[in-house]
Design a protein. Structure first.
Length: 454
């Protein structure tokens, strides 16, 4: 099987891919049903299921997972004796945040300056389209040389663990020789990259109560304990003066060995304002891929507009803690909770609730699958060698799959390069990146099948 017909076939399929991605992006499939209708996620799941059936997948099913969402599964048999590859993506997306800040509507795929804009275009509806492109190219050029399982998750962005729990209860369902997670991204646009490490994460809700009800700040301020002030002081305890994460007992001095992230590139990618300093110490790669990071995701308190002169009785926050490989998330949660209890000021009442968690992940980069992917990426990206990087984000499913299938090889690729601005407004995908990664995935499947026959 020659790489040239595969590349030509995928190039010819790109107009169809754009139309399909537009249809998929149009579903407002945010798996927070207090914000968006459940029907939007269900419609997206059905679209994915129909697409798999159209490609000849068997046993296509909408899996009702314990968190109340649906994941989509399908199986495409391969030649007798061929290995099985599991391809992963997710159809749920982050909320659009500020609709007014989107240059074009968040749920309307729009082409601009050579990129396709829309929520989920890169993370991770585009990942599912990438899988479809690779499989279609192979079918057009003699057939898919491996057995393929596809699983498309419905609640990855929420971190509620529905698919992990379902997989643990049905361990035979996703068993495979190799797993390709299509939810990562190239380190830089046009630089083929496989992600080898992921930070684990936890989400913790914090609530502080100090009074039976709000009080007049003139009559009681200065003596009555202000819950909002207590919360601010508590949250500030989670960072050192330089911005480094400081959870009592949690190490934050690990060093990243390997691909480095130049500070100028990071500042540009993160769109840091001129003159504003970065936080933490160590290299950028150390801070992003090898050390813990705490982020305050939201605060429950009155907005400035409409605020009254009051001492507040209650205040709350949602905290994210990312932890690097080598740190057990369960232990990190215990340390975080103990820290919050110890640093709550004025004997204020504190309530803590863990609402999401996932373990960090580290892949075996010496596996045969990595060699197959490296060779494929070298063809798909002429003149470039495959890079191996870390990623600061979390994909809790990776650890579940590693635990269930310890002999399976796992690779993380995807469309979320820095210019994609995933989770932010004006998320986009590069169609050239989609095309090249689809070529790489198709050639990987060919290379991997050959390696297993050798």
């Amino acid at each position: 099987m020659s790489p040239i017909p595969v590349a030509e076939t995928i190039a010819s399929l790109m107009p169809r891919a754009r139309q399909e991605l537009a249809e998929l992006v149009a579903f407002r499939s945010v798996a927070d049903f207090s914000q968006f209708p459940r029907s939007e996620s269900e419609a997206a799941a059905n679209w994915v299921a129909d697409a798999l059936r159209a490609e000849g997948f068997q046993d296509v099913a909408l899996l009702d997972t314990p968190d109340g969402t649906q994941s989509v599964y399908g199986y495409l048999p391969g030649p007798q004796g061929a290995p099985t590859v599991l391809l992963y993506a997710h159809y749920d997306v982050q909320p659009p945040l500020d609709d007014a800040a989107w240059i074009s509507p968040a749920f309307e795929l729009t082409e601009r300056d050579g990129r396709w804009y829309g929520r989920g275009a890169a993370d991770c509806k585009g990942g599912f389209i990438m899988h479809l492109l690779a499989l279609r190219a192979l079918k057009a050029d003699g057939g898919v040389p491996v057995g393929v399982k596809v699983i498309v998750e419905g609640s990855e962005e929420q971190g509620t663990g529905g698919l992990q729990q379902y997989a643990e209860a049905h361990p035979e369902l996703l068993a495979a020789d190799t797993i390709v997670i299509g939810d990562a991204g190239n380190f830089r646009l046009g630089l083929p990259t496989v992600t080898a490490t992921l930070r684990g994460m936890t989400l913790v809700k914090v609530k502080i109560d100090t009074l039976a009800g709000n009080l007049h700040s003139g009559m009681f301020g200065g003596v009555a304990p202000d819950a909002l002030a207590a919360l601010i002081r508590l949250l500030d305890s989670l960072r050192a003066a330089d911005g480094s994460t400081t959870v009592d007992g949690l190490a934050s001095d690990a060093v990243w060995e390997g691909l480095q992230y130049p500070e100028a590139d990071f500042r540009a990618d993160a769109k840091v304002l001129d003159g504003v300093g970065l936080i933490g110490e160590g290299t950028i790669a150390d801070r992003l891929w090898a050390r813990p990071a705490v982020t305050v995701l939201g605060i429950d308190c009155p907005s400035v507009s409409g605020a009254t002169p009051s001492v507040h009785a209650s205040a709350g926050a949602l905290i994210s803690l990312r932890v690097p490989p080598g740190v057990d998330t369960t232990e990190a949660i215990k340390l975080l909770q103990a820290h919050l209890v110890a640093h709550t000021p004025w004997q204020a009442r504190l309530e803590l609730e863990v609402v999401g968690q996932g373990q960090p992940f580290q892949a075996d980069t010496s596996s045969p699958a990595y060699a197959s992917m490296a060779a494929a990426m070298e063809v798909a990206y002429p003149g470039e060698e495959m890079q191996v990087s870390g990623m600061g984000g979390s994909i809790p499913l990776c650890n579940t799959l590693t635990s269930l299938y310890p002999d399976a090889e796992m690779l993380l690729i995807g469309l979320s390069e820095p210019e994609a601005q995933i989770h932010a407004v004006n998320e986009s995908v590069s169609p050239q990146e989609l095309e090249r990664l689809a070529v790489a995935e198709a050639l990987f499947l060919v290379n991997y099948a050959r390696s297993k026959r050798a």
